[in-house]
Design a protein around this ligand. Sequence first.
Ligand code: 1PR
Length: 535
Amino acid sequence: STDVSTVTLLDYGAGNVRSVRNAIRHLGLGIRDVRSPEDILAADRLVFPGVGAFGSAMDVLTRTGMADALREYIRRDRPFLGICLGLQLLFDSSEENGPVSGLGVIPGVVRRFDSSKGLIVPHIGWNALEITKDTQLLQGADGHHVYFVHSYHALPSDANKDWISSVCNYGESFISSISMGNIQAVQFHPEKSGATGLSILKNFLSPNSSGSKVPPRRKASNLAKRVIACLDVRSNDSGDLVVTKGDQYDVRDHSSSKEVRNLGKPVDLASQYYIDGADEVSFLNITGFRDFPLGDLPMLEVLRCASEKVFVPLTVGGGIRDFTDANGRYYSSLEVASEYFRSGADKISIGSDAVFAAEAYLQTGVKTGKSSLEQISRVYGNQAVVVSIDPRRVYAKNPEEVPFKTVKVSSKGPLGEEYAWYQCTVSGGRDSRPIGAYELAKVVEELGAGEILLNCIDCDGQGCGFDIDLVKMVSDAVTIPVIASSGAGAVEHFSEVFEKTNASAALAAGIFHRKEVPILAVKEHLVDAGVEVRV
Ligand code: 1PR
């Protein structure tokens, strides 16, 4: 059969491929799921989005007979597109929990990025490709940024050089795509790479639509700094889910009404920010710490709808922890996170529960493996787990008086204090805890966090810039990406945080919601300031 309107999808059930499904549907194609090895051989066009760990993916594929079917399908040179792990699995072997053998279609090995020299791992974010081979798949992608999220990468070598269609730089050169006949695979996520990614997918799905071939020869770029739009979401007093925004975490109006500020509808704003060029969109369910999020069906619906329109990464946070509902039914944090992933989240973010897990670990020195952070990162990979830190600045006369890491502050405290530490809070800033942001960041990195969303209660909603002292301290302390958050009020605040700290991304809320500073203006300013961004 030559049914061009349907694509076969190999989802072996190891994780969330909803984003890929959404992107394929968005391009107007139907999806047929692989149920048996025969379905692979019968496919006209096969998309293989690898998820999870290399070893467990190979186990499933081998056990179900799909590995052999895949090898045969590829041997017949049938149209194939592997994504992320779907590229890596084509190689001989991976050192992820291994060495583990792969499908062995392409000679070569898959290695972990080396974080020993300070390289931030996972590699999360947007890079431009160095296209080394003319392919229909990458038509129009030359010089455009695409979204990566991975800790392992396929190594280019003499033995596989004929396969390589693009390489990319991250600490070293790695294979970002391969192409041979009808066999294509990409390390990045076209389904999360905005308009460029959608057009790459389209090149595969509807291959007749492309124009002339332009010989591309662009140098690989560096990792771009990300600009993230954040939507704090909660129910207002009439029960509608709204985007709100606080001042130092107080989201109620200061007028006599004391209503929850309403800045718009979550899905509308998220789609708008995607169109405006946000590199990611985050939803924080800010009352999730007290309301059980799986009881919060509107929030899940928001995610479902947003993920059908937003083709850059979506993060959701709030209320991820173990929970027993009114009927005595117990839900693990893993179930909560899984429901978020199923509903369209690419990453989840943990706030309060990560603080408790870190405190317990610091006290006992034992990794129980049972915290939400550890469990979710074990199942979904640490690149899918963000820890949100909500610290408050506490000034100190001298560093010896506090048992936490202090910084010499750039502007003195009210009593002339020259130092400060940053005290972590839980429950949306309501309760302070005996742990600093520095200590928390180090511990959650060890427990499996893949990224840190670093807020600052003092700066939130103030528009006076990010807390550079805090962002510098934390981004120098860990080798996972740090997202600077709280306080953006002007485009200069973004260049400042990227010039003075190691932050990988900067997040803002209020200025975007109130339309004071468009995302495009932020990007243009960063380009002028010499900071690489996706435009
Ligand atoms: O503890 O796992 O249930 O997660 C709760 C999540 O909700 C945490 O990520 C926490 O940061 C967030 N949260 C809780 N209460 C509030 C609040 O505002 N009352 N919001 C809250 C966090 C901070 C940022 C904000 C930036 C940028 N707000 O989300 O978007 O500060 O704002 P700005 O650019 O306007 O300055 P759990």
